[in-house]
Design a protein around this ligand. Structure first.
Ligand code: BG6
Ligand code: MG
Length: 211
């Protein structure tokens, strides 16, 4: 990977910088158990990178009844309340292998660094793991209408950085996020769960493998 040909790196948050998988899984599992909806870890994998409301729609594929929009909103809020309670327990040990070192490496060759995440809890999570001061820009679920695989969050991040999208590289763990980066016209390094996705520009098991 020729790092120096980029001007910025935009990192996804969940599954790239911080391990929140278990918190999301447990919160969705609590909600689905209460509603009598089948939910497992395989379904949970399909929620990577996808917004809260779109995640709920995936969970509801297994529901036995139709829910009104009002009920859906209540369920998404209930899941989020469980999730927010769980992420209070996160600390720096939740930072994923190589993430901080990779960020330092990017900064040391003059690249800007940003977050591009679908999560509306981005700031809470970054504060929780004491990483809220290390990025030049943060674009998250609060900045966008269309979530990944739409390119929006990465384009907002590039705009906030003042960098042309073609000069950005994205780091992603979700298929939806890799698709989003490509439609934003950015190169993408796929790690973790998306590490085997063939359309990514680069891939690795974890960021730790690259430092
Ligand atoms: C993404 C996660 O980063 O954020 C998804 O990969 C999640 O699983 C999405 O659904 C939205 O998160 P939040 O915190 O706004 O519910
Ligand atoms: Mg992710």
């Amino acid at each position: 990977m020729n790092f120096k040909k980029y001007k910025a790196v935009i990192f996804d948050l969940d599954g790239v910088i911080v391990s929140t998988d278990e918190c999301h899984y447990e919160a969705w599992k609590m909600l689905s158990d209460e509603e009598g909806i089948y939910f497992d870890r395989e379904i949970n994998q399909r929620l990577r990178g996808v917004s809260r409301m779109e995640s709920l729609e995936i969970v509801l594929e297994r529901a036995q009844k139709q829910y009104t929009d009002e009920e859906k909103l209540e369920m998404a809020t209930r899941k989020n309340n469980y999730y927010v309670e769980k992420i209070q327990t996160l600390d720096q040990s939740a930072i994923l292998d190589g993430a901080l070192e990779f960020i330092d490496m990017a900064k040391s060759v003059g690249l800007k660094v940003a977050i591009g995440s679908s999560s509306k809890n981005t700031m809470t999570i970054l504060k929780q793991v004491q990483c809220d001061g290390i990025f030049d820009a943060i674009a998250d679920g609060n900045d966008i209408k269309n979530s990944k695989p739409a390119p929006d969050v990465f384009l907002v991040a590039a705009k906030k950085l003042g960098v042309n999208p073609k000069d950005c590289m994205v780091v992603e763990d979700a298929y939806a996020g890799v698709d989003a980066a490509i439609s934003a016209g950015m190169d993408v390094l796929a790690v973790g769960y998306a590490g085997t996705y063939e359309i990514a520009t680069y891939s690795a098991k974890s960021l730790g493998e690259l430092i």
